[in-house]
Each structure stands twice: as C-alpha cells, then as structure tokens.
Design a protein around this ligand. Structure first.
Ligand SMILES: *Cc1c(COP(=O)(O)O)cnc(C)c1O
Length: 216
C-alpha cells in the first residue's frame, strides 16, 4: 500500500507522514529504503528510542498528546509537533527549543470530532493563544498551521464536515494572524480511513499508519 499512498499524496502536493507508532525499527527501515523520510509517533519515549537507533535524516513528527514534562526529551531533534493544545505547552516547547538553540515548527490542534475524548482547542482558545503571542512573541517556535482528527465513524458526510470546519479555522486564522507569514501553511488532517476525503477538503499533510504498516 505504501507506494500507492505515497503516489496519491505526491499527486496532490500533500505531505505523507508515515505513522510508525508501535511498529518495529525493521518496518521503519523498510520504508526508509523506499525513500520515506517523515515518520510520525505519538509517544515521546518510543519516538526518542527510534530516533536514537535510526538514520539521522529522518524527520520525526510528534502527533500524539504531549505532556509538558516530556518536551525536553524531543526538543533536540523533533521536526514538527502537531499537538499543541495550550499556551503552557507552547511556552514549554519554546523554552526547551531555546535550550537546544532550535526553532521548532508546531501545529495548533483543534477539536473537530464529536467524541469528547479527543484533545484540541476551539477557535476561541486558539485566538487567545495567538493574541497572547502578538503581545509577547515566542522566538523559538514556528506556528506552521493546524491539525485535527475527525470522528471515528463510517459517516462520510460527518467526516467531510469536520475536515471542512478545520479548513475554515485555518483560513480564518491565516487571514487574522498570519497574513504575511508564508510558513503558516499546513492543515494536518487525514488518516488511513479518511485521507482521500481529507485531501479533497484541503489537507496539506496526511498522517497514515495502519494502511501502510498493517494493523496495530
Ligand atoms: C495513530 C494516529 C494516526 C494514524 O492512524 P491510522 O488510522 O493508523 O492511519 C494519525 N494521527 C494520529 C494523531 C494518530 O494517533
């Protein structure tokens, strides 16, 4: 499936994040040999261990919920954090980025699903963060866009509606806070079951695991 998904992503100018959580080093290396360089993990410890034993030109994306006290372990090498859901977390990422002399690209995670359990901001919370940053900018983070997870449902219309909503949030924030910032450009949405829908609704980055690596 990898070649097919990679081609689909490339044909639509969408970045493919291969989600390798729970999968062994050998599986990641097999994909690496095919040219894949961007991998996503949802746990800090697992990502750090894999970073240490795999080639250093891999770009590691943290896609899962991130606890503040664990940011220090990934700050030296993480390529993008998709799961920023509070000002406190953003400040922690900035502080750790300062320590390792890096600028870390991050996405604001929005709650778009109907399930209560999924993490993420609403528009008001995101705006509060962005207004705070207008007054006191953080120099070592780069807000590069938004991320969201659709509801886990067979109902395509529902999923499509949620992706549309995330795109609306993105456009609104872009117009209000990032008009002159070409680096605010990503809409991270779409997983194994819904990446084609997500791309149709404007995704610039899909996060695909099981369709590439098999079930977990
Ligand atoms: C696991 C995970 C994915 C990938 O899910 P699949 O259905 O296996 O493609 C994408 N995004 C997040 C945040 C995840 O935790």
């Amino acid at each position: 499936m990898y070649n097919e998904i990679k081609k689909y992503a490339d044909d639509h100018q969408t970045t493919l994040v291969a989600v390798s959580k729970t999968k062994p080093i050998a599986d990641i290396m097999a994909l690496y040999e095919k040219g894949q360089r961007i991998f996503g993990e949802n746990r800090v410890q697992e990502m750090t261990e894999k970073y240490e034993s795999l080639p250093k030109d891999i770009e590691w994306h943290l896609i899962g919920h991130l606890q503040k006290n664990k940011v220090k372990y990934i700050a030296p090498f993480v390529s993008m954090i998709h799961s920023i859901d509070s000002m406190e977390l953003l400040e922690t990422v900035n502080n750790q980025a300062v320590k390792t002399n890096r600028i870390i690209p991050v996405l604001l995670q929005f709650h778009i699903a109907t399930e209560e359990t999924k993490f993420g901001l609403n528009v008001e919370e995101a705006e509060n963060i962005l207004k705070t940053l207008q007054n006191t900018p953080l120099q070592n983070i780069q807000i590069s866009g938004v991320m969201g997870m659709a509801s886990f449902t067979e109902d395509e219309d529902q999923v499509r509606k949620e992706f549309k909503q995330l795109k609306v949030y993105f456009e609104y924030l872009k117009g209000s806070y990032f008009q002159d910032d070409v680096l605010f450009k990503h809409i991270s949405m779409g997983m194994s079951g819904d990446y084609k829908l997500a791309i149709a609704e404007g995704s610039t980055m899909i996060r695909v695991g099981s369709a590439i690596f098999g079930g977990r």
